[in-house]
Ligand binder design. Structure first.
Ligand SMILES: [Zn+2]
Length: 497
């Protein structure tokens, strides 16, 4: 880095960010210019101009930068990060076949741990200080222990959403060992670790998932569910949840993309929230990214990245993709009616709010997602003096949503602790994590066999025909006839041979 080295951050020392543009994300949406943020212990102590800092406070120069709350991802399958990028060209069907039917069982507890540790570091590095680990690869309690141990080895804030795609939800939630695990690991875990129950509702009229909801209720844990996923979950699931009283304010509906207005009404009326994974919905095909419908129903939104087996793991991408998808749809719908959109409904401020306060609300945490006195000190400084894209800093929300990227994350605090400083993660042995992930990749590759491994990464292309083009053979430059061109093409092919 081009910036001067500062002393390594010391635990327990107050931290003061000096002279930044501060997105407080408070109820009034206050933005302060040339302001300071003071962190004492695990809390925001003060926000404002020229703050007095306690003796020995560590100063962070935030000049020309943006100080904002740590971002919150409400749905990420962290165990899949060990397969980063492998499924870049998958459809949702190919993903289901690969993980649910064919290869998900090959993951050992250490493989889940490897993915989780890498995902946790990736998140922190990108200023994502809270992640819901939608952990549906927990085929045994040993897998779950490994998943939580890995999360707790990286100093971020996590919610383990316990799931298991290898068994029906009413089966694995009935397992006394699973229930005992949840009771044991949540006891004394502190507020850096929370739990949810993660499963999907198929819409079977017998509603067998009822038993799983009951277990979650007994344990006092919220349910998170992939809802409105084209070809997988639909309005029936929402209706059954609602009719049986399991649609609650704590419920997080992931995607909620292929649903009718009736389902959105049921979600809105019961106070639930939707976790939108725009990059995912755009390429996997759960349905059109639903913010344009969800906001019309007054349903709270949070953002998520879903999985790094396909997509990126930072919320700058999520904010940008979500703004683009929402605005595309707004224009598209207007053009169908011959109208022109002259005022955009979704603002940069909205997506920044969804990435921070929206996530906090979905998790029932009003002490996160804002920089206000008393809130938890999860803080991100976006600042990159070496980048020509860092100035002028005119519209701070627009800057975060459209100009900034993960490499611009300069400093990150979680619970008052400096975990990234001067663009570098603090105290992380990335080489060790790399070895761990390489061991997982080697295991999977050997277990699957090289051919199956390669085919999995390179799915077959659909047959595609280029449309007939009526202008194709009209040569406006000469008298060349169609037949003459065909002859020339044949000659060309014979040379190739
Ligand atoms: Zn998902």
């Amino acid at each position: 880095m081009t910036e001067p080295q500062t002393p390594a951050p010391q635990a327990g020392r107050p931290v003061v960010f000096r002279g930044g543009t501060v997105l407080t994300m408070d109820d009034a949406g206050t933005v302060l210019r040339d302001a300071d943020v003071l962190v004492v212990g695990d809390r925001i102590a003060a926000v404002g101009p020229a703050l007095e800092a306690p003796e020995g406070a560590q100063e962070v120069d935030a000049t020309d930068g943006i100080v904002m709350p740590g971002m919150i991802d409400t749905h990420r399958h962290m165990w899949q990060t060990a397969m980063r990028g492998y499924g870049a060209d998958w459809s949702l069907t190919q993903y289901f076949v690969w993980y649910y039917l064919e290869h998900g069982r090959r993951f050992r507890p250490e493989d889940v741990a490897a993915g989780n540790r890498l995902a946790a570091l990736e998140a922190l590095e990108a200023g994502v200080t809270t992640v819901v680990d939608w952990s549906h690869g927990l085929q045994t309690v040993d897998h779950a222990e490994a998943a939580v141990d890995a999360l707790q080895s990286v100093p971020g804030r996590y919610v383990l959403a316990y799931g298991n795609i290898q068994a029906a939800p009413w089966e694995w939630t009935a397992d006394k060992a699973v229930q005992a695990f949840l009771e044991r690991r949540r006891t004394g875990a502190g507020d850096l670790l929370g739990f949810q129950i993660a499963f999907d509702v198929t819409g079977d009229p017998a509603f067998p998932e009822k038993a799983a909801f009951e277990v979650a209720r007994e344990l006092g844990l919220p349910v998170t569910t992939h809802a409105g996923v084209w070809g997988a979950t639909n309005d029936d699931g929402i209706r059954l949840m609602h009719e049986h009283g399991f649609a609650t304010p704590e419920t997080v509906y992931v995607h909620a993309a292929s649903l009718s207005p009736d389902s959105y009404h049921r979600i809105a009326a019961t106070g639930g929230s939707v976790s939108v994974s725009t990059e995912s919905e755009q390429s996997a095909g759960q349905g059109y990214p639903p913010t344009w419908q969800v906001r019309a129903h007054g349903i709270p939104v949070s953002l998520s990245m879903d999985t790094s087996v396909w997509w990126s793991g930072d919320l700058f991408s999520a904010m940008r993709a979500t703004l683009g998808a929402d605005r595309s749809r707004e224009h598209f719908e207007a053009h169908l009616k011959g109208d022109t959109v002259t005022q955009l409904a979704l603002r940069a401020q909205h997506v920044v709010s969804w990435a921070t306060r929206g996530g906090a609300a979905a998790l029932g945490r009003d002490d996160l997602g804002r920089l206000t006195p008393g809130a938890k000190a999860d803080v991100v400084l976006v600042k990159n003096d070496a980048s020509p894209a860092s100035f002028p800093l005119l519209n701070p929300y627009g800057h975060v949503a459209f100009q900034a990227q993960r490499g611009d994350v300069h400093t990150v605090l979680v619970d008052g602790r400096v975990v990234k400083s001067q663009h570098r993660l603090v105290g992380v042995d990335l080489a060790a994590v790399r070895r761990e992930v390489e061991a997982t990749v080697e295991h999977l590759r050997a277990d699957m066999g090289e051919d199956v491994w390669q085919v999995g990464m390179d799915p077959e292309l659909p047959s595609a025909e280029v449309l007939d083009n009526p202008y194709q053979y009209t040569d406006y430059r000469s008298e060349t006839t169609h037949a003459a061109r065909e002859e020339a093409f044949e000659r060309h092919l014979s040379w190739e041979r």
